[in-house]
Write a protein that binds this ligand. Structure first.
Ligand code: FUB
Length: 338
């Protein structure tokens, strides 16, 4: 995630503005939506102006708590359920509560979140509640073996849950490339590595209690039309951050942000582990540096939740939005021009 860079021109920004933000009294971003008990719940980041200077690691994204929102339908009233988890109540965390996600199992709701630990290394934490809106109680330690950012939970039709995660640059995924944390790897693999396979998002099956991984993290491989891994220099297609998984007609759809090229893309596979074959663009650039999305089915229609920075004009003060996701007969997703 970053930082500075191209915004849309004013005419395009005006069009992006035409879709109304879901929440306007707070800045919110990275909306992970889920349907629990017939209602839509949104688990976003809560953007704030923390007056931290912008840097190449996203230090100005210095969020300190999470709110949970609910809606009876994608066009319905949005209810803010207040603070669901606060940084000060997470024993291991130092700073930066970034994009969260949630899951429900065994009568418990789980909130998964990335935060930098006291050594400034991103890890994934988990907190539990008996209510989808919290308050959530954080586990005393991050999930063992977790790192980087942007957890996304997917529960398959057989009841098995998986976590996808990762984000390069400020999300630190590249620092784990050799298996051990290496702070000198600051952005991606760097110059001269463009023709090597791109860094991959990671996936692991969750344990039955949803508090740990049942297996080591594996690479989420994205292949091109010839079955070759996407390359690190293929910035328009390679994974950057913001993974999401959904299943449609028995196929697994892995979607993600390309970061510095500002696209939301997707790839299809026949297993939750992949490999996935790159299929195309879901959404063209919105106003702001990032967008981050989730996809849900609600009453036989599909919706995409995402964010932009059209209201504030500042990369770190974003607003969440929703719109319908349309597909062609063969299941391919139609590209959205925001
Ligand atoms: O909100 C902080 C970070 O920005 C998220 O973790 C990334 O996905 C990007 O949206």
């Amino acid at each position: 995630m970053l930082l500075s860079g191209a915004y849309l021109n004013p005419a395009d920004a005006q069009k992006a503005n035409a879709i109304k933000p879901l929440v306007t009294d707070l800045y919110t971003a990275d909306p992970s939506a889920h349907v629990f008990n017939g209602k839509i719940y949104i688990y976003p980041s809560h953007d704030i102006e923390a007056n931290v200077p912008q840097d190449d690691e996203g230090g100005h994204f210095n969020m300190r708590d999470y709110h949970v929102y609910s809606m009876d339908s994608p066009t319905g009233k949005v209810t803010d359920h207040g603070v669901a988890l606060d940084l000060k109540d997470i024993p291991w965390a130092g700073r930066q509560l970034w994009a969260p996600d949630a899951a429900f199992k065994n009568g418990t709701y789980y909130l998964y979140f990335p935060a930098k630990d006291k050594q400034d290394v991103f890890k994934i934490g988990v907190a539990t509640s008996k209510s989808p809106t919290g308050p959530f109680k954080a586990q005393p330690e991050p999930i063992p073996g977790s790192y980087s950012i942007d957890p996304a939970l997917f529960t398959d039709t057989d009841g098995t849950s998986y976590m996808y995660l990762g984000g390069i640059w400020g999300g630190q995924l590249q620092r784990w490339h050799t298996g051990k944390y290496d702070k000198s790897l600051s952005m991606d693999l760097g110059k001269g590595h463009e023709n090597e396979p791109a860094l991959s998002a990671k996936v692991a099956k969750m344990s039955k209690d949803m508090l740990t991984f049942e297996e080591p993290l594996r690479d989420v491989q994205i292949l091109d039309e010839n079955g070759k891994p996407l390359l690190a220099g293929d910035n328009n297609r390679r994974f950057f951050e913001g993974a999401w998984m959904h299943k449609f007609n028995g196929k697994f759809y892995f979607s993600y942000s390309t970061g510095d090229t500002h696209l939301l893309c997707y790839a299809e596979g026949s297993s939750p582990y992949g490999p996935f074959t790159y299929k195309g663009v879901i959404m063209k650039p919105v106003e702001g540096w990032t967008t981050h999305h989730s996809i849900i089915e609600f009453k036989d229609k599909w919706y995409i939740f995402y964010h932009d920075a059209a209201l504030s004009g500042k990369t770190h003060l974003r607003n969440i939005k929703v719109r319908e996701l349309l597909r062609d007969e063969n299941g391919s997703i139609r590209t959205i021009e925001p």
